[in-house]
Design a protein around this ligand. Structure first.
Ligand code: FAD
Ligand code: DHB
Length: 401
């Protein structure tokens, strides 16, 4: 038996405590706007979930300005370039030289999440983990509601607006009536096996490698912790990837003369991520605003997913702040258009990086392969092409995306 329903009220009801939901709550707090964050999983779970690791220049700036960048600045690794590796050779893309001094920071998504949770709790914010049966109601009114159960009791939270920050598999997007949103989608005929290993990285900068056997990426988290990704089959299983096979495959795909992979340590995490491009338009329905993975997915090759989530909630927090301060809805009405410009730029970049670096099955006549080589050759020889890669990778200014 559940206890009697309790009714609550807040200004912004936020579903999901990933980077989007947590940062939105934090930014709103900075504007004096109250919110409640409802998360399906436990705090331990969201803090341990290994995902993205590359923060754009603007993301780093935003987190710093919002007062949640202290540990990131101390522990994050500032990178000034990446290496493209193919045919046993490496080519460096120099970010500051090509982008007027910009760079990226390698700092795990789960660390960003930990910092935001701490900031929320320190500020006395309402952040509830392990809520169940979340549903959203009255979206086409100006008093939408979130119903959920928590600690054995049913609750209803009345809000001015709801922010759907509940990721790709959340409940908010599917609650929008049929026909109100347009979906654009592409699936790729491969997936990524993500690997975390307790070994010192064998490189100072990230290596994106194209190889006949498939794509490989050497990334890192700390000077003692390496992060790798290997292209695998879309329906692959981690059980097909014993540690020895992973190290062998990384050695082959990342091979370069005079370079050696440090494999001297345990693999502590493995997981498979499907690859897809996905966008819904508009990113709003009535009083529901979708942000982050709830509205769009990119294949991870451009390291854009987390950064797009950050961009969305910055736009939303600014628009809500203007509305509460002046009653002017212009920012809210423009929310979707403002975000989608940046989203589609990132969709294109992520698709382009993915297409250039992965092995496509059924490329029997080698057409894709020759296009990839032509493109890689162009990026290596042309400053204009390298600049395209670099400026997209480090990210655009918030008002320039
Ligand atoms: P999420 O981080 O997904 O957060 C959504 C939150 O909502 C979650 O905490 C979830 O538990 C919660 N939730 C879901 N349903 C409900 C519900 N019904 N009620 C309440 N809460 C709910 N990007 C990269 O750039 N590089 C990578 O290597 C990379 N790896 C990834 C690996 C995986 C397995 C996944 C899923 C994504 C990866 N991404 C990667 C993408 C990147 O991590 C996301 O773009 C980023 O997490 C988006 O943040 P978000 O807050 O929008 O969504
Ligand atoms: C990482 C993930 C990415 O998708 C990427 O393009 C680069 C790095 C990472 O997890 O470190």
């Amino acid at each position: 038996m559940t206890a009697l329903s309790a009714e609550h009220r807040t200004q912004v009801g936020i579903v999901g405590a990933g980077p989007a939901g947590l940062l939105l709550a934090h930014l709103l707090h900075g504007h004096g706007i109250e919110s409640v964050v409802l998360e399906l999983r436990s705090r331990e779970y969201v803090e341990q979930r290994v995902r993205a690791g590359v923060l754009e220049h603007g993301t780093v700036q935003l987190l710093s300005e919002a007062g949640v960048g202290e540990r990131m600045r101390r522990e994050g690794l500032v990178h000034h370039g990446i290496e493209l590796r193919f045919d046993g050779r490496g080519h460096r893309i120099d970010f500051p030289a090509l982008t007027g001094g910009r760079s990226i920071t390698v700092y795990g998504q789960q660390e960003v999440v930990k910092d935001l949770i701490r900031a929320r709790l320190d500020a006395g914010g309402a952040l509830h983990f392990e809520v169940q049966d979340v549903s959203v109601h009255d979206l086409d009114s100006d008093r939408p509601a979130i119903r959920y159960s928590h600690d054995g009791a049913d609750h209803e939270l009345r809000c001015d607006v709801i922010a759907g920050c509940d990721g790709f598999h959340g409940v908010c997007r599917p609650s929008v009536p049929d026909g109100a949103l347009e979906t654009h989608e592409r699936e790729y005929p491969f997936a990524w096996l993500g690997i975390l290993a307790e070994v010192a990285p064998s490189t100072e900068e990230l290596i994106y490698a194209r190889h006949e056997r498939g794509f490989a990426l050497h990334s890192m988290r700390t000077p003692e912790l390496s992060r790798f990704y290997l292209q695998c089959e879309p329906d692959d299983d981690v059980d097909n990837w014993p540690d020895e096979r992973i190290w062998d495959e990384l050695r082959i795909r990342l091979e370069r003369e005079g370079w050696e992979l440090n494999a001297d340590g345990p693999i502590i995490e493995k997981g498979i991520t499907p690859m897809r491009s996905y966008v819904v338009e508009p990113m709003q329905y009535g009083s529901l605003f979708l942000a982050g993975d709830a509205a769009h997915i990119v294949p991870p090759t451009g390291a854009k997913g987390l950064n797009l989530a950050v961009g969305d909630v910055k736009v939303l927090a600014d628009a809500l702040s203007r509305w509460y301060a002046t009653g002017d809805r212009a920012g809210l009405d423009a929310y979707s258009d403002s975000c989608l410009r940046r989203v589609w730029r990132a969709e294109h970049f992520s698709w382009w990086m993915t297409s250039m670096l992965h092995r496509f099955p059924h490329d029997d006549e080698g057409f894709e392969e020759r296009l990839q080589r032509a493109q890689l050759d162009y990026v290596c020889r042309s400053r204009a092409a390298a600049t395209t890669l670099a400026e997209n990778y480090v990210g655009f200014a918030w008002d320039d995306g």
